[in-house]
Ligand binder design. Structure first.
Ligand code: PFF
Length: 456
């Protein structure tokens, strides 16, 4: 194609592919959002549903996205246009671009909080605070501080995205992700050995099915989609940078496993500590978005060397958040660059500025705009809830229907087997799930939720 550069930017190594995709998957969704929605939705039963969705829907959708992107060698929107010309399928790509706006707007708020906490931990202010909930609510309901940190997040994200794929993200995720896992393990160990932690462990691992309703099931599905970065074309975009000899099944399995492992570890890091350290109940505490910012500082207080660990933890959490924000911004930038023929520089600037404008409203939802609600939710709440539970789940649905019914078995298997070089009976199993099981499962969950209680 004349309008595209001859050599498309790509990931440099096999490990680089996994690091970048896992970098996108592992983020605030695992460490901040997962413990929160787990405690809000019944603990163990939610956890089991979540794992079921990762296996049944997450892995097939992730493979579908990689296959679409790598086959088309284009952004999310352009990929659908190329693989299904003269059809409305490009709208799925377009929905993905809109979802990227919604997600990055509220995600950058929380990423900003992590930077503030890194700063507070570094200056020693954090562990000096008497009451962690008060410390968090005072900060997050302010105006300038949270907004400034959000701007910093968007600026760093834009700079890395502008720099391109290979040099930035690949390098630093490779080193920092393992350190993050180690630290979360350490904190989880401390949390489960606190006095009174057993109640929290039971809550997480003994499922109570009586609390499960359709909404819980939808939340588990939405969380799986959010956490795995599927359903909006992030992995289509990254797929377009994956070399043709990469084993997509192996990459997908590694990414999904890493992501789920970190999510479970994170809830072990937070939930037992809530029971052990706080005098309020799970439902009271998990009603707000601040779990990680309220409970963990108390855990740090109770560990020798906690003040240093707090600094390292929030630094790494910020990095984990940034490797995800980068992947979301890249969706919009790749689209602007390839479809509207903008330079990477202008595409990055336009995307970052417009998303930040929406993001400001999300940040102010905890302060000046806290009284402004729609369906009882603040702007932040709406962006958070609808992006994961509605936009991503519908996105995932359309993606599997596209691969299962439009692209078709032979094209899909040709792509994931690297033109027949890799042989595995699993390819057929995955395709069967993509064509029949995943669409039915996602369809039932979304439609049932809608009829039972209205979608929001
Ligand atoms: N998966 C990221 C997380 O768990 O923090 C968030 C995310 C990134 C969602 C990219 C969606 C996405 F396309």
């Amino acid at each position: 194609m004349a309008n595209l550069p001859l050599v498309r930017d790509s990931f440099g190594s096999r490990f680089g592919v996994v690091a970048a995709a896992a970098g996108s998957a592992v983020g605030l969704g695992n460490i901040w959002r997962f413990p929160l929605v787990t405690t809000q939705n019944g603990g163990g039963a939610f956890l089991l549903l979540y794992i079921g969705f990762v296996l049944l829907i997450g892995i097939p959708v992730m493979m579908s996205e990689f296959a679409i992107g790598r086959k088309a060698q284009l952004n999310a929107f352009g990929s659908f246009k190329k693989l299904a010309p003269n059809t409305p399928w490009f709208l799925v790509g377009f929905m993905g671009i809109l979802t990227a706006f919604a997600i990055l707007a509220f995600y950058s708020t929380v990423a900003g909080w992590t930077l503030e906490y890194f700063y507070q931990a570094g200056t020693g202010k954090l562990l000096m605070a008497e009451n962690m909930e008060k410390n968090f609510s005072e900060f997050s309901s302010g105006t300038y501080r949270p907004l400034i940190w959000q701007l910093v997040v968007m600026l760093i994200t834009a700079v890395v995205v502008y720099a391109g794929i290979k040099k930035g993200i690949e390098k630093f995720t490779k080193v920092l992700m393992p350190v993050l896992v180690f630290l979360i393990m350490l904190l989880a160990l401390r949390s489960i050995t606190l006095n009174g932690a057993m109640q929290g462990i039971n809550y997480l691992f003994l499922p109570d099915w009586s609390v499960v309703n359709f909404r819980t099931v939808l939340m588990a599905l939405g969380q799986a989609a959010f956490s795995l970065s599927i359903g909006m074309g992030t992995l289509i975009t990254y797929g377009s940078y994956i070399p043709k000899d990469n084993n997509l099944l192996a990459t997908t399995t590694q990414v999904a496993f890493t992501d789920t492992f970190i999510a479970i570890l994170s809830s072990l890091m937070v939930v037992p500590a809530i029971f052990a350290l706080s005098d309020i109940t799970v439902s009271e505490l998990s009603a707000g978005p601040g779990l990680v910012f309220e409970v963990l500082p108390d855990v740090f207080k109770s560990i020798p060397g906690g003040s240093i660990l707090a600094v390292i933890f929030f630094a790494l959490l910020s990095v984990a958040a940034l490797t995800s924000t980068i992947s979301v911004l890249e969706v919009v930038v790749a689209w602007l660059k390839e479809e509207l023929r903008l330079s990477r520089k202008s595409a990055t600037a336009i995307a970052a500025v417009s998303i930040t404008m929406l993001g400001v409203l999300a940040t102010l939802s905890f302060g000046e705009l806290s009284g402004f609600t729609i369906f009882g939710k603040t702007i932040f709440g709406i962006l958070d809830y609808t992006s994961a539970n509605i936009l991503l789940t519908f996105g995932a649905l359309f993606i599997v229907v596209f691969v299962g019914w439009k692209l078709g078995k032979s094209e899909f298997i040709l792509e994931i087997s690297n033109e027949g070089t890799i042989k595995s009976y699993l390819f057929k199993v995955v395709f069967f799930i993509i064509r029949y099981i995943a669409p039915v499962a996602i369809g039932i969950v979304t439609i049932a939720t809608f009829f039972v209680r209205g979608i929001v």
